[in-house]
Design a protein around this ligand. Structure first.
Ligand SMILES: [Zn+2]
Length: 104
């Protein structure tokens, strides 16, 4: 994995952060799909409600991953002529939510 060197251009840094966060979230998507399926199969096979509950938990984590991907996608857009003031004001908050979700 390449080492991230901060650049003097904040837009370049923001893009590098977006790419790194997106990549780690996609890894999480893969892990949560595998976990959900494995836990559900093992839970059904063993008749274990605890494993089935864990499978549901992993599924809810998967939903969170998609929220993170969506927030990252919308939060990185810069305001343009068609962007309302309210929407432009919301974007930094979306970026913040996305950063918190990525690292939690
Ligand atoms: Zn969880």
């Amino acid at each position: 994995m390449p080492i991230h060197h901060p650049s003097s251009n904040p837009a370049v840094d923001a893009h590098a952060d977006y790419v790194a966060g997106r990549r780690s979230t996609l890894v999480s998507v893969g892990v949560n799909i595998g976990l959900s399926v494995a836990q559900a199969v093992a839970g059904l096979w063993a008749g274990s409600q605890a494993l089935l509950a864990d499978a549901l938990h992993s599924l809810s984590d998967l939903m969170s991953d998609f929220v993170v991907l969506l927030a990252g996608h919308h939060g990185r857009k810069d305001p343009d002529a068609t962007t309302s003031t309210a929407t432009a004001a919301t974007r930094p908050r979306l970026r913040w939510c996305w950063a918190v979700c990525c690292w939690s």
